[in-house]
Design a protein. Structure first.
Length: 172
């Protein structure tokens, strides 16, 4: 099964994991969000990344403290574009709040894929791309959520699965 994680927004990222029937999980791809022009998400580029994916975990958008109204509006519009794209492409997705996926998966993702740090660095930057790191963890959350509730989120229902915290802790 191919799972994707999306950290939305211009500085977000997309990651693809493969969950084998034997329980093994491999990181297939992790990259910054495809951008067209200066500030638009490249929907065609996103399609090329996600066209074979079985399930997408998408971070639920929210306003950030001290973020301006224009930035918040642009971020929410991009999030809406991604949801519209997923619906039009008939790709099942699950919305997850940052507090849920971070607590459930962040440590696991970094321990499991330490070599992915190279994928997270755009160009020659020494700083990792946090949108890509987040996308990896969100994809793993989608894997855990799907194990607990197979495709129960098809069509994009939002739910807070706090029981996944224990599952992720046991996977470490």
């Amino acid at each position: 099964m191919l799972l994707a994680g999306i950290d939305p927004g211009q500085k977000g990222g997309v990651a693809i994991l493969e969950a084998g029937q034997d329980g093994a999980i491999r990181l297939l791809d992790a990259r910054p969000m495809p951008i067209a022009g200066e500030k638009e998400i490249d929907i065609e580029g996103l399609w090329r990344i996600l066209e074979h994916v079985d399930l997408v975990g998408l971070e639920h958008a929210q306003a950030f403290p001290k973020q301006g109204i224009v930035s918040t509006g642009r971020y929410m519009a991009q999030w809406g574009e991604i949801i519209g794209f997923l619906k039009a492409a008939a790709i099942p997705y699950a919305l997850v709040r940052p507090t849920v996926w971070k607590e459930a998966t962040y440590t696991w993702a970094f321990r499991r894929f330490p070599n992915a740090l190279g994928l997270m660095r755009p160009g020659r930057s020494k700083k990792f791309h946090d949108g890509v790191a987040d996308a990896i963890a969100i994809a793993y959350w989608a894997h855990l959520d799907n194990r607990e509730n197979p495709f129960g989120v098809a069509g994009g229902s939002e739910h807070d699965r706090s029981d996944l915290r224990e599952t992720a802790a046991n996977a470490q």
